[in-house]
Design a protein. Structure first.
Length: 160
Protein backbone atom coordinates (compact mmCIF):
# COMPACT_ATOMS: atom_id res chain seq x y z
CA UNK A 1 0.00 0.00 0.00
CA UNK A 2 1.47 3.38 -0.94
CA UNK A 3 2.01 5.87 1.86
CA UNK A 4 0.08 9.07 2.12
CA UNK A 5 1.58 12.37 1.12
CA UNK A 6 1.00 13.98 4.49
CA UNK A 7 1.25 17.75 4.40
CA UNK A 8 2.05 19.03 7.89
CA UNK A 9 1.52 22.68 6.98
CA UNK A 10 -1.76 21.87 5.27
CA UNK A 11 -2.92 19.78 8.22
CA UNK A 12 -2.35 22.55 10.75
CA UNK A 13 -3.81 25.13 8.36
CA UNK A 14 -6.95 22.99 8.09
CA UNK A 15 -7.18 22.82 11.88
CA UNK A 16 -6.96 26.62 12.06
CA UNK A 17 -9.50 27.17 9.28
CA UNK A 18 -11.92 24.77 11.01
CA UNK A 19 -11.53 26.80 14.26
CA UNK A 20 -10.59 23.67 16.19
CA UNK A 21 -9.31 24.53 19.65
CA UNK A 22 -6.28 22.25 19.45
CA UNK A 23 -3.09 22.39 21.49
CA UNK A 24 -0.02 20.66 20.12
CA UNK A 25 1.57 18.76 23.00
CA UNK A 26 4.17 16.02 23.28
CA UNK A 27 7.48 15.99 21.51
CA UNK A 28 6.18 17.78 18.38
CA UNK A 29 5.54 20.77 20.64
CA UNK A 30 9.13 20.59 21.84
CA UNK A 31 10.34 20.38 18.24
CA UNK A 32 8.30 23.52 17.45
CA UNK A 33 10.18 25.22 20.30
CA UNK A 34 13.54 24.16 18.86
CA UNK A 35 14.29 21.05 20.93
CA UNK A 36 16.67 18.54 19.32
CA UNK A 37 14.35 15.53 19.82
CA UNK A 38 12.66 13.03 17.54
CA UNK A 39 9.17 11.59 17.46
CA UNK A 40 7.11 9.64 14.99
CA UNK A 41 3.65 10.99 15.81
CA UNK A 42 1.65 14.06 16.70
CA UNK A 43 -0.14 14.64 20.00
CA UNK A 44 -3.07 17.03 20.22
CA UNK A 45 -5.33 17.98 23.09
CA UNK A 46 -8.59 19.37 21.78
CA UNK A 47 -11.68 20.90 23.33
CA UNK A 48 -14.35 18.25 23.92
CA UNK A 49 -16.75 20.01 21.54
CA UNK A 50 -14.28 20.03 18.63
CA UNK A 51 -13.81 16.33 17.80
CA UNK A 52 -16.20 16.42 14.85
CA UNK A 53 -14.52 19.51 13.38
CA UNK A 54 -11.06 17.98 13.83
CA UNK A 55 -12.19 14.76 12.15
CA UNK A 56 -13.56 16.69 9.16
CA UNK A 57 -10.31 18.66 8.84
CA UNK A 58 -8.21 15.49 9.15
CA UNK A 59 -10.27 13.56 6.59
CA UNK A 60 -8.78 15.68 3.79
CA UNK A 61 -5.41 14.09 4.70
CA UNK A 62 -6.72 10.54 4.79
CA UNK A 63 -6.54 10.47 8.59
CA UNK A 64 -9.34 8.29 9.97
CA UNK A 65 -10.54 8.22 13.59
CA UNK A 66 -10.49 4.91 15.47
CA UNK A 67 -13.53 6.01 17.55
CA UNK A 68 -16.62 8.09 17.06
CA UNK A 69 -16.56 11.51 18.71
CA UNK A 70 -18.94 10.26 21.41
CA UNK A 71 -16.75 7.21 21.98
CA UNK A 72 -13.68 9.43 22.16
CA UNK A 73 -15.31 11.70 24.72
CA UNK A 74 -16.16 8.65 26.85
CA UNK A 75 -12.58 7.33 26.82
CA UNK A 76 -10.88 10.72 26.75
CA UNK A 77 -8.77 9.91 23.73
CA UNK A 78 -8.65 8.56 20.22
CA UNK A 79 -6.32 8.22 17.26
CA UNK A 80 -6.42 9.66 13.76
CA UNK A 81 -4.31 7.54 11.47
CA UNK A 82 -3.22 6.19 8.16
CA UNK A 83 0.56 5.91 7.81
CA UNK A 84 0.71 9.06 9.98
CA UNK A 85 -0.56 8.96 13.55
CA UNK A 86 -2.20 11.71 15.56
CA UNK A 87 -2.98 10.86 19.19
CA UNK A 88 -5.86 13.06 20.33
CA UNK A 89 -6.83 13.80 23.92
CA UNK A 90 -10.44 14.93 24.18
CA UNK A 91 -11.14 15.54 27.85
CA UNK A 92 -12.02 18.55 29.96
CA UNK A 93 -9.35 17.63 32.51
CA UNK A 94 -6.50 15.12 32.77
CA UNK A 95 -4.57 14.27 35.93
CA UNK A 96 -0.79 14.24 36.09
CA UNK A 97 0.92 11.13 37.49
CA UNK A 98 0.90 12.78 40.92
CA UNK A 99 -2.79 13.72 40.77
CA UNK A 100 -2.73 17.37 39.70
CA UNK A 101 -5.82 18.11 37.60
CA UNK A 102 -4.91 19.88 34.37
CA UNK A 103 -7.87 21.57 32.66
CA UNK A 104 -7.94 22.14 28.92
CA UNK A 105 -9.75 25.47 29.25
CA UNK A 106 -7.03 26.81 31.55
CA UNK A 107 -4.26 25.79 29.15
CA UNK A 108 -6.17 27.20 26.19
CA UNK A 109 -6.47 30.57 27.94
CA UNK A 110 -2.70 30.67 28.58
CA UNK A 111 -1.62 29.18 25.22
CA UNK A 112 1.29 30.42 23.16
CA UNK A 113 1.53 30.59 19.39
CA UNK A 114 4.47 29.43 17.30
CA UNK A 115 4.64 30.09 13.58
CA UNK A 116 5.06 26.85 11.64
CA UNK A 117 5.34 28.71 8.34
CA UNK A 118 3.93 31.96 6.96
CA UNK A 119 0.18 31.91 7.55
CA UNK A 120 0.15 28.82 9.80
CA UNK A 121 0.36 29.16 13.56
CA UNK A 122 0.63 26.27 16.01
CA UNK A 123 -1.07 26.60 19.38
CA UNK A 124 0.94 25.16 22.29
CA UNK A 125 0.54 25.29 26.04
CA UNK A 126 2.81 27.88 27.63
CA UNK A 127 6.09 26.42 28.93
CA UNK A 128 4.88 25.76 32.49
CA UNK A 129 1.69 24.14 31.20
CA UNK A 130 3.64 22.08 28.68
CA UNK A 131 5.59 20.69 31.64
CA UNK A 132 2.26 19.70 33.21
CA UNK A 133 1.28 17.81 30.05
CA UNK A 134 4.62 15.99 30.12
CA UNK A 135 3.63 14.83 33.62
CA UNK A 136 0.65 12.89 32.23
CA UNK A 137 3.11 10.02 31.78
CA UNK A 138 6.08 8.81 33.76
CA UNK A 139 8.41 7.83 30.95
CA UNK A 140 12.13 8.56 31.03
CA UNK A 141 11.85 10.77 27.94
CA UNK A 142 9.17 12.87 29.69
CA UNK A 143 11.66 13.59 32.48
CA UNK A 144 14.26 14.62 29.88
CA UNK A 145 11.72 16.81 28.12
CA UNK A 146 10.74 18.49 31.40
CA UNK A 147 14.39 19.33 32.06
CA UNK A 148 14.66 20.87 28.58
CA UNK A 149 11.52 22.95 29.20
CA UNK A 150 12.79 24.10 32.60
CA UNK A 151 15.96 25.24 30.84
CA UNK A 152 13.88 27.31 28.40
CA UNK A 153 12.01 28.89 31.31
CA UNK A 154 15.32 29.73 33.05
CA UNK A 155 16.75 31.14 29.82
CA UNK A 156 13.65 33.25 29.26
CA UNK A 157 13.82 34.52 32.86
CA UNK A 158 17.50 35.43 32.43
CA UNK A 159 16.66 37.54 29.36
CA UNK A 160 13.88 39.44 31.16
Amino acid sequence: MPGSEFDEEGFFRAIEVASVRALLIGRRALIALGAPVLTADYDLWIHVDDAEALNRAAAAFGLLPNRTPDGARKTGRYVLENDERVDVLVARSIPTVDGVAVRFDDLWTRRQSVELCPGVTLKLPNLADLILTKRFGARARDVQDIEYLRGLIAEKGARS
